[in-house]
Write a protein that binds this ligand. Structure first.
Ligand SMILES: C[S@@+](CC[C@H](N)C(=O)[O-])C[C@H]1O[C@@H](n2cnc3c(N)ncnc32)[C@H](O)[C@@H]1O
Length: 225
């Protein structure tokens, strides 16, 4: 056998054995009072896509932001601001317990997709979908949002962090013209919002901010609000 042939067999055996990198389970992420960066947590090894029974692609690594749910009045306002109709396709990036996609399907009868990297959140969201009887309209998948093709979406909802919103810009630019993006609490530096509203859910004068952008994105200006 040639030297090249031997080398190919050695490389194939190494890869089949997983090389010298050990597997690490994804960390458990718990709810806190507001989202925060979790990049300080020990890094988990990104696992390659794996086929599962529901044929969705599972992706597991450390979440970029902890789970904090959007209060229901703010969810309702986000969907109103985006002028969701039954013809829309809503994507919630980092969907938590699925409340945004469940509300979109129940209230507007549209299709909605929730993506979260944390398997615990994916389980909760699937339970929420089943409990609310919207399984025909809502799909929940365990995915890293930074690997998604967003072009099928006409509405994208976000409750992440300012830096993560900015990181999503190249993907958001691939949305069709007229798509709407709404973000709870956080702007997108370098992209001018069309609207910024405050939702005072508790009536205590301390409102939550919701930002709306429409595509094509208005880049090159400082975000307002
Ligand atoms: C602040 S919570 C928002 C939950 C939900 N969208 C809401 O507004 O109620 C952010 C969610 O993003 C998820 N997340 C963080 N990094 C992610 C990533 N790279 N891909 C997918 N989900 C991610 C977290 O697991 C968490 O559930």
């Amino acid at each position: 056998m040639s030297t090249k042939g031997m080398w190919c067999i050695l490389v194939a055996l190494f890869l089949a054995g997983g090389g010298c990198v050990s597997e690490q389970p994804a960390p458990r992420v718990t709810a806190e009072t507001s989202p925060s960066d979790v990049t300080a947590a020990p890094p988990a090894k990104a696992q390659g896509p794996t086929e599962v029974a529901d044929e969705s692609t599972v992706e597991t690594r450390t979440p970029d932001v902890i789970y904090v749910p959007t209060p229901q009045p703010v969810v309702e306002r986000m969907l109103e601001l985006a002028k969701v109709t039954k013809n829309d396709v809503v994507y919630d990036l980092g969907s938590g317990d699925g409340r945004i996609v469940v509300t979109a399907a129940k209230k507007y009868g549209c299709r909605a997709f929730g993506f979260d990297i944390d398997p615990q959140r994916v389980r909760e969201a699937k339970e929420n979908v089943a409990k609310n009887g919207v399984g025909d309209l809502v799909t929940i998948q365990q995915k890293d949002i930074f690997t998604l093709d967003l072009s099928p979406a006409s509405v994208v909802t976000l409750y992440l962090l300012p830096s993560l919103n900015v990181k999503l810009i190249p993907q958001l630019e691939k949305l069709k013209p007229g798509a709407r993006i709404v973000s709870h609490d956080f702007d997108m530096q370098g992209v001018t919002p069309d609207q910024v509203v405050t939702v005072d859910e508790d009536g205590d004068g301390f409102g939550r901010t919701v930002y709306l952008w429409t595509t094509p994105l208005k880049k090159g200006s400082a975000a307002q609000g």
